[in-house]
Ligand binder design. Structure first.
Ligand SMILES: NC(=O)c1ccc[n+]([C@@H]2O[C@H](COP(=O)([O-])OP(=O)(O)OC[C@H]3O[C@@H](n4cnc5c(N)ncnc54)[C@H](O)[C@@H]3O)[C@@H](O)[C@H]2O)c1
Length: 228
């Protein structure tokens, strides 16, 4: 039996695929490469196996996910495939909803059709919205403060309802700011376009791909309060 990693060519998914492989699991990666590349897949193959199965497809495509399940004997799914930029979601809320919620409903439908019930869903700390009590716990109230967050809340609600209906055994991951890269140096976070996360942006400045990193704020302990 094998585990399907959607979004497995992306940052967190690719590192997860390596760890699963090292733990002795058969791994299948499905990704539409909308925010990654074949270079990441090749790097992944170097770290796992040269013939690691890779399917270029939209996770919203129920037939494509279904074929992956049948062809590779999938019995568990880790669903990372999503757009993740908060600012991008403010510019294109409908596109974010269609991609993030659509891919989740697509994966769930394919799993249902083929009798697969075990799923790990990559949610986000963004489901805590603007918390009033810190630190947040798993029991803290859920709300969305931007369209990206709204897609994760919608997916969590859908998955909870599916689990309550008995069709799904699902675990939610709500991480904050994942950082780091594989120590081998050939797998890391390499998004298309302008990064929306701090560390990849900083790294692109460090290697000269971008000129500078803006540090916002006006109440620093400096003569004019700026960060300079
Ligand atoms: N990186 C973070 O700071 C962070 C924090 C919390 C949660 N998350 C969540 O973790 C997951 C992975 O994040 P990441 O940082 O690895 O992002 P990433 O963009 O590097 O990886 C996501 C991958 O999913 C693919 N993808 C997007 N939509 C798809 C679709 N419809 N079908 C198939 N593939 C699709 C992209 O091409 C990309 O390879 C996302 O669900 C994200 O919302 C990320």
């Amino acid at each position: 039996m094998a585990v399907l990693v959607t979004g497995g060519a992306g940052y967190i998914g690719s590192h997860t695929a390596v760890v699963l492989h090292e733990a002795g699991r058969d791994v299948v990666v499905l990704d539409d490469l909308s925010n990654s590349s074949m270079a990441a897949v090749e790097a992944l193959r170097v770290l796992t196996r040269p013939d690691l199965p890779f399917i270029e497809a939209d996770a919203a495509d129920v037939d494509a996910v279904g074929r992956a399940i049948v062809d590779h004997g999938i019995d568990e799914v880790i669903h990372f495939a999503a757009f993740k930029s908060v600012s991008g979601s403010i510019v294109d809320p409908d596109g974010y909803h269609r991609n993030n919620v659509g891919s989740t409903t697509g994966v769930v439908e394919a799993m249902r059709r083929h009798g697969v019930s075990r799923m790990v869903f990559s949610s986000s700390c963004t489901v805590y919205g603007e918390p009033t009590d810190l630190p947040v716990t798993e029991d803290s109230p859920i709300s969305a403060s931007n369209p990206y967050g709204a897609t994760k809340v919608a997916c969590e609600e859908l998955l909870a309802a599916e689990a309550a209906a008995g069709g799904l055994d699902v675990l939610l991951l709500r991480y904050f700011n994942p950082v780091g890269a594989h120590p081998g140096g050939n797998l890391g976070e390499d998004p298309r376009g302008t990064p929306d996360n701090l560390v990849p942006y900083l790294m692109q400045v460090a290697v000269g791909r971008r000129e500078s990193l803006s540090v916002f704020g006006d109440d620093y302990d400096t003569p004019d309060g700026s960060a300079h």
